[in-house]
Design a protein around this ligand. Structure first.
Ligand SMILES: [Zn+2]
Ligand SMILES: [Zn+2]
Length: 198
C-alpha cells in the first residue's frame, strides 16, 4: 500500500523560495527568501530573461499621522503623497481647501511597494505564483516545485498517516479540502502534471 508519512513539514519550511512570473518577461522566476519571513531581503531572479531585483529596492516611505494647513487649519490630504525612496526632510503639499502650499515634516512609515496586493502571489514582491491550475473551479497552487511535489506525494498516497502532535501542523493538513477529496484525485494529479511540465 502506498503510504504518505507526513513528517511534520510545516508550510513555513516551504516558504524559502517562491516560483513566480517575471515582471519583465512573464517567464519563470524565483524569489529567494534568506530567512523565515525576511521578505525585505528577498531577491528575484528570472530564469528566462535573467532580470533580477531586490525587494529592499522596493521599500518606500509615506507620511503617517495627520497634518493641518497652517493657513486654514483644515487637515491636509496626505494620501495623495506617493511613497518616497528615501525619507525627505520635508515635502510640499497644497491644501485642497485654500490652495496654500504647506511644508510638511511628518512621521513616516515604510512598506514594500509590491507589484500586486492581492491574488495568488508571493509575499515579498506580490508577483503571481507560477504553479497555479484550476481544478473544478478551485485553484490548486504551490509556492515552488518542492511544495508541488509534496502535494503530489500526498494526493498519490492511498493511506494517509496523520501526525498526532497537534503543535506540529503539517503542510498537508493545511491543504484545502478539495485537494484531499478522493474523488478529485485524478483531476488533481493531472493538474499537478500540467504544472510540472509548464
Ligand atoms: Zn524575465
Ligand atoms: Zn488650507
Amino acid at each position: 500500500m502506498d503510504r504518505y508519512r507526513a513528517e511534520p513539514l510545516r508550510i513555513y519550511d516551504l516558504m524559502d523560495t517562491f516560483t513566480v512570473h517575471c515582471p519583465k518577461c512573464q517567464g519563470k522566476a524565483d524569489v529567494t527568501v534568506p530567512a523565515h519571513f525576511d521578505y525585505k531581503n528577498a531577491i528575484l531572479k528570472c530564469t528566462s530573461c535573467h532580470y533580477s531585483e531586490r525587494a529592499i529596492d522596493l521599500i518606500r516611505h509615506k507620511p503617517s499621522g495627520k497634518a493641518k494647513c497652517h493657513q486654514c487649519l483644515e487637515f491636509l490630504d496626505l494620501t495623495v503623497i506617493d511613497g518616497f525612496k528615501s525619507i525627505p526632510s520635508y515635502f510640499n503639499i497644497t491644501c485642497k481647501y485654500c490652495k496654500t502650499t504647506n511644508k510638511v515634516k511628518e512621521n513616516w512609515e515604510s512598506y514594500i511597494a509590491k507589484y500586486h496586493d492581492y491574488g495568488i502571489i508571493d509575499p515579498a514582491f506580490g508577483l503571481p505564483l507560477w504553479f497555479q491550475e484550476t481544478v473544478k473551479g478551485d485553484i490548486i497552487w504551490a509556492f515552488n516545485l518542492r511544495h508541488l511535489t509534496e502535494i503530489k506525494n500526498y494526493v498519490q498516497s492511498t493511506l494517509r498517516e496523520r501526525t498526532t502532535d497537534r503543535f506540529k501542523m503539517t503542510m498537508v493538513e493545511k491543504l484545502p479540502d478539495f485537494i484531499k477529496l478522493a474523488k478529485n484525485r485524478e483531476e488533481i494529479l493531472k493538474a499537478v502534471e500540467r504544472m510540472e511540465t509548464k
